[in-house]
Design a protein around this ligand. Structure first.
Ligand code: FES
Length: 132
């Protein structure tokens, strides 16, 4: 009879969880979380949501939804509190601007893009994945 230590049982569970999150060819499968309702976020709207312990700024740009990390790459400003004009958000701290569709930085003082996340719509639900 084989004895299984709690450490090897734990590593077995982690291995099984890893398999459950990957597709047949070993490719990671994105996990999506429901974060908001389409009907509650009109065009030009923005909303702060939390996805898997990450703060995410969610935007409706002319009926399309986009998600970026809610952390300015200059000094950690809360981007969801900024002014949204079209597809650009201005950081409320020092005025850096980012494209919410691509995460691209558009002006100083930030020089690095922000993280973008995958968004999908299922009926009235907005779902976001923070896997990358
Ligand atoms: S923290 Fe955003 S521009 Fe400085």
């Amino acid at each position: 009879m084989w004895a299984v230590s709690s450490e090897s049982a734990k590593s077995g569970r982690l291995w099984a969880q890893g398999l459950a999150r990957r597709g047949r060819r070993g490719k990671r499968v994105s996990e999506f979380f429901k974060v908001a309702k389409v009907s509650e976020l009109p065009p030009g709207g923005k909303q702060l949501v939390e996805v898997d312990d990450i703060l995410v700024a969610l935007f409706n740009v002319n009926g399309e939804f986009f998600a970026i990390e809610d952390v300015c790459t200059h000094d950690g400003g809360p981007l969801a509190e900024g002014e949204l004009e079209g597809d650009e958000i201005e950081c409320p701290r020092h005025g850096a601007r980012f494209n919410v569709c691509t995460g691209a930085v558009l002006c100083m003082p930030a020089i690095e893009p922000v993280e973008c996340y995958e968004v999908k719509i299922e009926e009235d639900d907005i779902l976001v994945s923070v896997d990358y």
